[in-house]
Design a protein around this ligand. Sequence first.
Ligand SMILES: *Cc1c(COP(=O)(O)O)cnc(C)c1O
Length: 388
Amino acid sequence: MDPDHTDKPDHTVRADHDERPGRADRTGYRDATRVVHAGEPAPTPGTPFLPGPVLAAPYHLAADGPTGADAYGRADNPTVRALERAIGELEGGEVVAFASGMAAITGLLLATLESGDTVLLPSDGYFKVREFADTVLAGRGVAVHTVPTPGPYRLAEHSPRLVLLETPANPVLAVCDIAAVAASARDLGAVLAVDNTTATPLGQRPLALGADVVVASGTKALTGHSDLVLGYVATADTELAGQLRGWRSMTGAICGPFEAWLAHRSLATLELRLGRQETNAAAVVEFLSGRPEVTGLRWPGLDPLARRQLARMPGVVTFELADEAAATAFLRATTLIANATSFGGLHTSADRRAQFGDPVPAGLIRLSVGCEDPADLIDDLRAGLAAG
Ligand SMILES: *Cc1c(COP(=O)(O)O)cnc(C)c1O
Protein backbone atom coordinates (compact mmCIF):
# COMPACT_ATOMS: atom_id res chain seq x y z
CA MET A 1 0.00 0.00 0.00
CA ASP A 2 1.29 3.42 -0.94
CA PRO A 3 2.08 5.22 2.34
CA ASP A 4 0.99 8.55 0.88
CA HIS A 5 -2.36 7.00 0.33
CA THR A 6 -2.86 5.49 3.80
CA ASP A 7 -1.61 8.68 5.43
CA LYS A 8 -3.81 11.04 3.58
CA PRO A 9 -5.45 13.48 5.99
CA ASP A 10 -9.15 13.27 5.62
CA HIS A 11 -10.99 16.52 6.14
CA THR A 12 -14.50 15.24 5.70
CA VAL A 13 -16.78 15.48 8.71
CA ARG A 14 -17.43 12.01 9.94
CA ALA A 15 -20.85 10.90 11.02
CA ASP A 16 -19.69 7.96 13.16
CA HIS A 17 -22.31 6.94 15.67
CA ASP A 18 -19.87 7.51 18.56
CA GLU A 19 -19.01 11.03 17.51
CA ARG A 20 -22.44 12.61 17.31
CA PRO A 21 -22.43 15.57 19.69
CA GLY A 22 -24.71 15.24 22.69
CA ARG A 23 -26.57 18.37 21.61
CA ALA A 24 -26.13 20.11 18.31
CA ASP A 25 -25.61 23.40 20.13
CA ARG A 26 -24.43 23.68 23.71
CA THR A 27 -23.77 27.40 23.41
CA GLY A 28 -26.99 28.31 25.22
CA TYR A 29 -25.63 26.90 28.48
CA ARG A 30 -23.52 28.75 31.03
CA ASP A 31 -19.76 28.20 31.27
CA ALA A 32 -19.68 25.62 34.09
CA THR A 33 -22.24 23.51 32.21
CA ARG A 34 -20.48 23.91 28.86
CA VAL A 35 -17.10 22.66 30.15
CA VAL A 36 -18.62 19.65 31.93
CA HIS A 37 -20.32 18.51 28.71
CA ALA A 38 -17.97 19.91 26.04
CA GLY A 39 -17.37 17.49 23.18
CA GLU A 40 -19.39 14.66 24.70
CA PRO A 41 -21.00 12.20 22.32
CA ALA A 42 -24.77 11.70 22.26
CA PRO A 43 -26.07 9.70 25.25
CA THR A 44 -26.33 6.13 24.00
CA PRO A 45 -27.40 3.34 26.42
CA GLY A 46 -24.45 1.23 27.48
CA THR A 47 -21.77 3.76 26.52
CA PRO A 48 -19.69 5.95 28.87
CA PHE A 49 -20.04 9.72 29.20
CA LEU A 50 -16.54 10.22 27.79
CA PRO A 51 -15.27 7.29 25.69
CA GLY A 52 -11.77 6.06 26.52
CA PRO A 53 -8.75 6.73 24.33
CA VAL A 54 -8.55 4.98 20.96
CA LEU A 55 -4.92 3.84 20.74
CA ALA A 56 -4.16 3.08 17.10
CA ALA A 57 -1.48 3.58 14.47
CA PRO A 58 -3.01 1.82 11.41
CA TYR A 59 -6.72 1.09 11.18
CA HIS A 60 -8.41 -1.60 9.09
CA LEU A 61 -9.03 -0.36 5.59
CA ALA A 62 -11.83 -1.31 3.22
CA ALA A 63 -10.51 -3.64 0.50
CA ASP A 64 -11.90 -1.45 -2.25
CA GLY A 65 -10.21 1.82 -1.28
CA PRO A 66 -10.64 4.84 1.01
CA THR A 67 -13.95 5.28 2.77
CA GLY A 68 -13.17 8.51 4.60
CA ALA A 69 -12.71 6.56 7.84
CA ASP A 70 -9.45 6.70 9.81
CA ALA A 71 -6.52 5.05 8.08
CA TYR A 72 -3.37 6.08 9.96
CA GLY A 73 -2.74 7.66 13.38
CA ARG A 74 -0.41 10.45 12.27
CA ALA A 75 -3.23 12.01 10.26
CA ASP A 76 -6.06 11.85 12.78
CA ASN A 77 -7.62 10.02 15.70
CA PRO A 78 -11.19 9.83 17.13
CA THR A 79 -10.05 10.76 20.67
CA VAL A 80 -8.23 13.81 19.32
CA ARG A 81 -11.33 14.77 17.32
CA ALA A 82 -13.46 14.58 20.48
CA LEU A 83 -11.06 16.97 22.27
CA GLU A 84 -11.08 19.27 19.23
CA ARG A 85 -14.87 19.37 19.32
CA ALA A 86 -14.76 20.19 23.04
CA ILE A 87 -12.27 23.06 22.71
CA GLY A 88 -14.05 24.22 19.54
CA GLU A 89 -17.30 24.60 21.49
CA LEU A 90 -15.46 26.83 23.98
CA GLU A 91 -13.37 28.95 21.57
CA GLY A 92 -16.15 29.15 18.99
CA GLY A 93 -14.16 27.88 16.00
CA GLU A 94 -12.73 24.79 14.34
CA VAL A 95 -9.87 23.34 16.37
CA VAL A 96 -6.74 21.48 15.26
CA ALA A 97 -4.95 19.90 18.22
CA PHE A 98 -1.16 19.65 18.31
CA ALA A 99 1.46 17.85 20.40
CA SER A 100 2.33 21.08 22.28
CA GLY A 101 1.61 24.78 22.30
CA MET A 102 4.86 25.36 20.40
CA ALA A 103 3.88 22.76 17.77
CA ALA A 104 0.63 24.70 17.27
CA ILE A 105 2.30 28.14 17.12
CA THR A 106 5.23 27.09 14.91
CA GLY A 107 2.79 25.14 12.72
CA LEU A 108 0.70 28.28 12.19
CA LEU A 109 3.76 30.46 11.51
CA LEU A 110 5.47 28.02 9.13
CA ALA A 111 2.30 27.08 7.29
CA THR A 112 1.23 30.70 6.67
CA LEU A 113 4.43 32.80 6.33
CA GLU A 114 6.63 32.91 3.25
CA SER A 115 9.93 34.56 2.44
CA GLY A 116 9.36 38.32 2.10
CA ASP A 117 6.46 38.36 4.59
CA THR A 118 6.55 40.36 7.81
CA VAL A 119 5.37 39.05 11.16
CA LEU A 120 4.70 41.11 14.29
CA LEU A 121 5.27 39.35 17.62
CA PRO A 122 5.04 40.46 21.26
CA SER A 123 8.38 41.59 22.69
CA ASP A 124 7.21 40.51 26.17
CA GLY A 125 5.44 37.24 25.31
CA TYR A 126 6.41 33.57 25.48
CA PHE A 127 10.21 33.52 24.98
CA LYS A 128 10.40 30.41 22.77
CA VAL A 129 8.22 32.05 20.13
CA ARG A 130 10.71 34.93 19.79
CA GLU A 131 13.62 32.49 19.72
CA PHE A 132 11.89 30.51 16.95
CA ALA A 133 11.18 33.67 14.96
CA ASP A 134 14.71 35.07 15.33
CA THR A 135 16.33 31.82 14.22
CA VAL A 136 14.04 29.76 11.99
CA LEU A 137 11.74 32.42 10.51
CA ALA A 138 14.41 35.10 10.05
CA GLY A 139 16.66 32.45 8.46
CA ARG A 140 13.89 31.77 5.92
CA GLY A 141 13.54 35.39 4.87
CA VAL A 142 10.61 36.41 7.08
CA ALA A 143 11.00 39.91 8.58
CA VAL A 144 10.37 39.73 12.34
CA HIS A 145 9.29 42.80 14.33
CA THR A 146 8.41 42.88 17.99
CA VAL A 147 5.95 45.16 19.78
CA PRO A 148 5.39 45.42 23.55
CA THR A 149 1.96 43.97 24.36
CA PRO A 150 0.41 47.30 25.46
CA GLY A 151 1.40 48.79 22.05
CA PRO A 152 1.38 51.15 20.29
CA TYR A 153 0.39 49.01 17.27
CA ARG A 154 1.36 50.96 14.15
CA LEU A 155 0.50 48.13 11.78
CA ALA A 156 0.59 50.28 8.64
CA GLU A 157 4.33 50.91 9.21
CA HIS A 158 5.17 47.23 8.75
CA SER A 159 2.30 45.87 6.60
CA PRO A 160 2.52 42.53 8.39
CA ARG A 161 1.10 39.35 6.90
CA LEU A 162 0.47 38.06 10.42
CA VAL A 163 0.20 39.71 13.85
CA LEU A 164 0.49 37.53 16.95
CA LEU A 165 -0.80 38.97 20.23
CA GLU A 166 -0.39 37.38 23.61
CA THR A 167 -2.75 38.90 26.16
CA PRO A 168 -2.29 38.62 29.07
CA ALA A 169 1.36 38.19 28.07
CA ASN A 170 3.62 35.73 29.76
CA PRO A 171 5.31 36.39 32.17
CA VAL A 172 4.77 40.12 32.80
CA LEU A 173 0.97 39.96 32.32
CA ALA A 174 0.69 43.03 30.09
CA VAL A 175 -2.59 43.24 28.17
CA CYS A 176 -3.87 44.83 24.98
CA ASP A 177 -7.27 45.53 23.46
CA ILE A 178 -7.88 42.60 21.07
CA ALA A 179 -10.87 44.19 19.30
CA ALA A 180 -8.93 47.41 18.59
CA VAL A 181 -5.94 45.57 17.08
CA ALA A 182 -8.35 43.30 15.16
CA ALA A 183 -9.96 46.35 13.53
CA SER A 184 -6.65 47.74 12.27
CA ALA A 185 -5.41 44.27 11.20
CA ARG A 186 -8.60 43.82 9.17
CA ASP A 187 -8.10 47.21 7.47
CA LEU A 188 -4.62 46.08 6.34
CA GLY A 189 -5.59 42.53 5.39
CA ALA A 190 -3.28 41.08 8.07
CA VAL A 191 -4.12 37.83 9.83
CA LEU A 192 -4.56 38.37 13.58
CA ALA A 193 -3.65 35.47 15.86
CA VAL A 194 -4.02 35.60 19.65
CA ASP A 195 -2.23 33.33 22.11
CA ASN A 196 -5.01 32.50 24.57
CA THR A 197 -2.96 30.30 26.90
CA THR A 198 -3.09 32.45 30.03
CA ALA A 199 -6.77 33.43 29.79
CA THR A 200 -8.21 30.11 28.46
CA PRO A 201 -11.45 30.24 26.43
CA LEU A 202 -13.43 30.78 29.65
CA GLY A 203 -11.39 33.92 30.29
CA GLN A 204 -11.74 35.42 26.81
CA ARG A 205 -12.79 34.39 23.31
CA PRO A 206 -10.51 36.19 20.86
CA LEU A 207 -12.43 34.93 17.79
CA ALA A 208 -15.55 36.71 19.08
CA LEU A 209 -13.43 39.86 19.55
CA GLY A 210 -12.40 39.85 15.87
CA ALA A 211 -9.22 37.72 15.83
CA ASP A 212 -8.81 35.29 12.92
CA VAL A 213 -6.93 32.61 14.82
CA VAL A 214 -6.38 31.46 18.40
CA VAL A 215 -3.23 29.58 19.32
CA ALA A 216 -2.69 28.15 22.79
CA SER A 217 -0.86 25.75 24.98
CA GLY A 218 -3.19 23.17 26.50
CA THR A 219 -0.42 22.32 28.94
CA LYS A 220 -1.31 25.14 31.35
CA ALA A 221 -4.64 26.18 32.89
CA LEU A 222 -6.79 24.61 30.18
CA THR A 223 -6.00 21.13 31.46
CA GLY A 224 -4.43 22.15 34.78
CA HIS A 225 -3.08 18.86 36.18
CA SER A 226 0.60 19.26 35.23
CA ASP A 227 0.57 15.83 33.59
CA LEU A 228 0.57 16.51 29.84
CA VAL A 229 1.89 18.73 27.05
CA LEU A 230 -0.57 19.76 24.33
CA GLY A 231 -1.57 22.69 22.11
CA TYR A 232 -4.17 23.82 19.61
CA VAL A 233 -5.13 26.27 16.90
CA ALA A 234 -8.75 27.47 16.64
CA THR A 235 -10.17 29.40 13.71
CA ALA A 236 -13.43 30.10 11.91
CA ASP A 237 -11.51 29.90 8.60
CA THR A 238 -12.15 26.33 7.45
CA GLU A 239 -9.56 26.62 4.67
CA LEU A 240 -6.85 27.56 7.17
CA ALA A 241 -7.98 24.74 9.49
CA GLY A 242 -7.67 22.29 6.58
CA GLN A 243 -4.23 23.64 5.71
CA LEU A 244 -3.12 23.16 9.34
CA ARG A 245 -4.50 19.61 9.41
CA GLY A 246 -2.45 18.88 6.31
CA TRP A 247 0.59 20.52 7.93
CA ARG A 248 0.11 18.47 11.10
CA SER A 249 -0.15 15.24 9.16
CA MET A 250 3.00 15.97 7.11
CA THR A 251 5.10 17.06 10.10
CA GLY A 252 3.76 14.48 12.55
CA ALA A 253 2.76 17.16 15.07
CA ILE A 254 -0.49 15.55 16.26
CA CYS A 255 -0.97 14.99 20.00
CA GLY A 256 -1.19 11.44 21.27
CA PRO A 257 -4.65 9.99 21.98
CA PHE A 258 -3.87 9.39 25.65
CA GLU A 259 -2.92 13.06 26.15
CA ALA A 260 -6.04 14.10 24.24
CA TRP A 261 -8.19 11.94 26.49
CA LEU A 262 -6.54 13.21 29.70
CA ALA A 263 -6.97 16.77 28.44
CA HIS A 264 -10.65 16.21 27.66
CA ARG A 265 -11.23 14.68 31.10
CA SER A 266 -9.48 17.64 32.79
CA LEU A 267 -11.32 20.24 30.72
CA ALA A 268 -14.55 19.32 32.51
CA THR A 269 -13.32 21.01 35.71
CA LEU A 270 -11.97 24.15 34.02
CA GLU A 271 -14.61 26.48 35.45
CA LEU A 272 -14.18 25.07 38.97
CA ARG A 273 -10.38 25.35 38.81
CA LEU A 274 -10.34 28.87 37.37
CA GLY A 275 -12.83 30.09 39.96
CA ARG A 276 -10.71 28.75 42.80
CA GLN A 277 -7.49 30.09 41.27
CA GLU A 278 -9.00 33.56 40.89
CA THR A 279 -10.21 33.65 44.50
CA ASN A 280 -6.86 32.37 45.77
CA ALA A 281 -4.91 34.82 43.58
CA ALA A 282 -6.97 37.74 44.92
CA ALA A 283 -6.11 36.68 48.50
CA VAL A 284 -2.42 36.24 47.66
CA VAL A 285 -2.29 39.63 45.91
CA GLU A 286 -3.83 41.31 48.91
CA PHE A 287 -1.21 39.69 51.17
CA LEU A 288 1.73 40.50 48.87
CA SER A 289 0.63 44.12 48.35
CA GLY A 290 1.17 44.73 52.08
CA ARG A 291 4.71 43.33 52.15
CA PRO A 292 7.72 45.69 52.06
CA GLU A 293 9.97 43.11 50.26
CA VAL A 294 7.60 43.02 47.27
CA THR A 295 7.62 45.49 44.37
CA GLY A 296 6.17 45.44 40.85
CA LEU A 297 3.18 43.34 41.85
CA ARG A 298 1.13 42.40 38.78
CA TRP A 299 -2.08 40.47 38.36
CA PRO A 300 -4.63 40.92 35.56
CA GLY A 301 -7.25 41.43 38.28
CA LEU A 302 -5.51 44.77 39.09
CA ASP A 303 -5.61 45.98 35.47
CA PRO A 304 -8.70 47.92 34.24
CA LEU A 305 -8.35 46.76 30.60
CA ALA A 306 -7.96 43.11 31.69
CA ARG A 307 -11.03 43.50 33.90
CA ARG A 308 -13.02 44.69 30.88
CA GLN A 309 -11.71 42.10 28.44
CA LEU A 310 -11.56 38.96 30.59
CA ALA A 311 -14.54 37.18 32.12
CA ARG A 312 -12.27 35.49 34.68
CA MET A 313 -8.90 36.47 36.09
CA PRO A 314 -6.11 33.90 35.75
CA GLY A 315 -4.24 32.67 38.81
CA VAL A 316 -0.89 34.00 37.59
CA VAL A 317 0.77 36.75 39.63
CA THR A 318 4.23 38.25 39.17
CA PHE A 319 6.26 40.29 41.60
CA GLU A 320 9.83 41.37 42.17
CA LEU A 321 12.12 40.69 45.09
CA ALA A 322 15.30 42.73 45.60
CA ASP A 323 17.65 40.61 43.51
CA GLU A 324 18.54 37.08 42.37
CA ALA A 325 19.71 36.09 45.87
CA ALA A 326 16.41 37.16 47.47
CA ALA A 327 14.40 35.32 44.80
CA THR A 328 16.49 32.17 45.22
CA ALA A 329 16.14 32.31 49.01
CA PHE A 330 12.36 32.70 48.61
CA LEU A 331 12.13 29.65 46.32
CA ARG A 332 14.28 27.59 48.69
CA ALA A 333 12.27 28.53 51.78
CA THR A 334 8.77 27.81 50.45
CA THR A 335 7.71 24.24 51.14
CA LEU A 336 4.13 24.07 49.80
CA ILE A 337 4.74 26.23 46.73
CA ALA A 338 6.67 24.11 44.22
CA ASN A 339 9.74 25.58 42.55
CA ALA A 340 8.67 24.75 39.01
CA THR A 341 8.07 26.41 35.68
CA SER A 342 4.72 26.34 33.81
CA PHE A 343 1.50 27.68 35.33
CA GLY A 344 -2.24 27.20 35.59
CA GLY A 345 -2.16 23.90 37.50
CA LEU A 346 -3.85 22.69 40.67
CA HIS A 347 -0.54 22.94 42.51
CA THR A 348 0.76 26.40 43.33
CA SER A 349 4.21 26.90 41.84
CA ALA A 350 6.75 29.67 41.39
CA ASP A 351 9.84 30.27 39.32
CA ARG A 352 12.43 32.97 38.74
CA ARG A 353 11.91 33.98 35.12
CA ALA A 354 15.29 35.56 34.36
CA GLN A 355 16.92 32.11 34.53
CA PHE A 356 15.02 31.15 31.34
CA GLY A 357 16.19 34.22 29.44
CA ASP A 358 13.03 36.33 29.81
CA PRO A 359 14.02 40.01 29.59
CA VAL A 360 12.89 40.74 33.17
CA PRO A 361 14.64 41.80 36.42
CA ALA A 362 16.75 39.10 38.12
CA GLY A 363 14.45 39.02 41.18
CA LEU A 364 11.17 38.61 39.24
CA ILE A 365 9.06 35.70 40.44
CA ARG A 366 6.13 34.29 38.51
CA LEU A 367 3.70 32.73 40.94
CA SER A 368 1.03 30.39 39.59
CA VAL A 369 -1.67 30.25 42.22
CA GLY A 370 -3.33 26.84 42.36
CA CYS A 371 -6.33 25.36 44.13
CA GLU A 372 -5.04 24.80 47.69
CA ASP A 373 -6.46 26.57 50.73
CA PRO A 374 -5.42 30.25 50.51
CA ALA A 375 -4.47 30.42 54.21
CA ASP A 376 -1.87 27.68 53.68
CA LEU A 377 -0.52 29.50 50.63
CA ILE A 378 -0.19 32.76 52.56
CA ASP A 379 1.64 31.01 55.41
CA ASP A 380 4.09 29.58 52.90
CA LEU A 381 4.56 32.95 51.16
CA ARG A 382 5.24 34.56 54.53
CA ALA A 383 7.94 31.97 55.25
CA GLY A 384 9.45 32.48 51.80
CA LEU A 385 9.59 36.26 52.15
CA ALA A 386 11.11 36.01 55.63
CA ALA A 387 14.01 33.99 54.17
CA GLY A 388 14.80 36.61 51.51
C1 LIG B 1 3.68 27.51 27.63
C2 LIG B 1 3.27 28.48 26.62
C3 LIG B 1 3.42 28.21 25.26
C4 LIG B 1 4.06 26.94 24.76
O1 LIG B 1 3.26 25.84 25.07
P1 LIG B 1 3.88 24.35 25.25
O2 LIG B 1 2.67 23.52 25.45
O3 LIG B 1 4.81 24.40 26.42
O4 LIG B 1 4.62 24.06 23.99
C5 LIG B 1 3.00 29.16 24.35
N1 LIG B 1 2.45 30.33 24.75
C6 LIG B 1 2.30 30.62 26.05
C7 LIG B 1 1.71 31.92 26.43
C8 LIG B 1 2.72 29.72 27.02
O5 LIG B 1 2.59 30.04 28.31
